[in-house]
Design a protein around this ligand. Structure first.
Ligand code: FES
Length: 247
């Protein structure tokens, strides 16, 4: 019996398969505490968020305190403290996307779904339920404005295309991302982030899916077309400039 301070028995929440997966994750690292990040993704694949029981489960498995687990959970925005929807929709509202329409997209989706940041339209986990969030730069500025569903990219969005996308998700459809792996649901994505890929074909599909966009490769293509090359790296690194001694 493994109970948390709040009285939740983690055995009620995390079954034998999850415990075995936890042990597989821990075995990947020389020190068990290094396994915390993928362990939290594993917890989210089961619960749809990180509950008190989820934090206690990680602490027990890793031999650390729940305070240490909580410090990590509350630092990273990928770990959710409330049950998430079937899909997580992340709208980039960082500088470039915001200037090109990201703020308007986020505002339209808030209105369309009737929710705010990190709130869920529909019963969390049920088909068509959507958690909405605004996100910092998603590292796809050349394709701005972008949004992600379960961390898969939908590039060059407009308010209209974004509304059409969430309407399709609400109906239970899964429109293909612009690039990358096929769209699944958020909990399945969390299991993948923990390092478990289910059927071999599912993994193959995800790996084989196109991921590079022409916009991202434009500079590389230009260099190829013109026969440009970066200068070769010197055999020996040039000496560093001398720095005045601190007094
Ligand atoms: S600002 Fe949106 S992807 Fe960089």
């Amino acid at each position: 019996m493994t109970a948390t301070r709040e009285g939740t028995d983690t055995a009620d929440v995390f079954d034998e398969q999850t415990r075995q997966r936890a042990q597989e994750i821990i075995a990947r690292y020389p020190r068990s505490r290094s396994a915390l990040l993928p362990m939290l993704h594993l917890v989210q694949s089961v619960e749809g968020y990180v509950s008190q029981a989820g934090m206690a489960f990680c602490a027990q498995q890793l031999g650390i305190t729940t305070a240490e687990v909580s410090a990590v959970v509350t630092f990273y925005t990928m770990y959710k403290r409330q049950p998430a929807g079937e899909h997580l929709v992340s709208v980039c509202t960082n500088t470039l996307c915001a200037a090109l329409g990201g703020d308007e997209i986020y505002a339209r989706l808030r209105k369309q779904l009737g929710v705010g940041h990190e709130e869920t339209a529909g019963r969390p986990g049920s088909t068509g339920s959507i958690t909405l969030e605004h996100a910092e730069c998603l590292a796809a500025c050349d394709l701005a404005p972008v949004l992600q569903v379960n961390y898969e990219f939908y590039d060059n969005q407009t308010p209209e295309s974004a509304v059409a996308l969430v309407d399709a998700l609400r109906r239970g459809d899964r429109p293909p991302p612009t690039r990358g792996a096929p769209l699944t649901d958020w909990r399945s994505t969390e299991l993948q982030l923990a390092g478990f890929f289910g059927e071999a074909q599912e993994l193959r599909d995800a790996v084989d899916a196109p991921s590079a966009a022409p916009e991202t490769l434009a500079g590389n293509q230009l260099a190829q077309d013109n026969g440009w090359q970066a200068p070769a790296m010197p055999d020996q690194a040039p000496p560093l400039p001398t720095v005045p001694e601190k007094k």
